[in-house]
Design a protein around this ligand. Structure first.
Ligand SMILES: Cc1cc2nc3c(=O)[nH]c(=O)nc-3n(C[C@H](O)[C@H](O)[C@H](O)COP(=O)(O)OP(=O)(O)OC[C@H]3O[C@@H](n4cnc5c(N)ncnc54)[C@H](O)[C@@H]3O)c2cc1C
Length: 119
């Protein structure tokens, strides 16, 4: 057996308790991975090149598939408390302003939410 196969055979990816894990980059992916490892008991350090984590843009939409992952990390209540539940997506004609279609989102579980930057 070569080294790579030995490594895979001896690594329990479901048990990260006590492991020291470095995550490079404190963006959405890095922070989510860091929380997932921490929930499994790992000692996680996040290394971010930016001097401060600040808001970029006016807000962010979290689709149900993304919310499912965040729910699994125990963030369901935080998402519900902070976000606005989307009612529909309505593509519009850029010239006339006419609504082209309406996709109802009210039945989405978990909810399709928008999070806006505090003013
Ligand atoms: C204008 C805009 C609007 C968007 N709106 C949405 C939205 O509404 N909903 C949605 O789901 N997605 C949205 N996205 C996409 C979403 O922002 C990205 O998919 C997501 O941020 C990617 O996450 P990431 O962790 O891979 O990268 P990032 O969030 O970019 O994080 C990477 C981090 O790594 C750091 N880094 C890079 N190199 C190093 C290094 N060498 N050492 C240390 N740190 C380093 C960077 O400074 C950064 O903080 C939007 C994107 C843009 C540009």
């Amino acid at each position: 057996m070569n080294a790579a196969k030995r490594s895979i055979a001896t690594t329990d990816h479901n048990n990260n308790a006590g492991r020291k894990i470095a995550v490079i980059g404190g963006g959405l992916g890095g922070l989510t991975a860091a929380l997932a490892f921490a929930r499994q008991g790992a000692e996680v350090s996040v290394y971010e090149q930016a001097a401060a984590l600040t808001e970029v843009g006016a807000g962010i939409q979290i689709t149900p598939n993304g919310a499912r992952a965040l729910d699994a990390l125990g963030l369901a209540d935080a998402l519900s408390a902070k976000g606005l539940r989307a009612q529909a997506v309505m593509p519009m004609d850029g010239l006339s302003g006419a609504t082209i279609a309406r996709f109802d989102l009210t039945a989405q579980v978990p909810a399709y939410r928008f999070f806006t930057a505090p003013r």
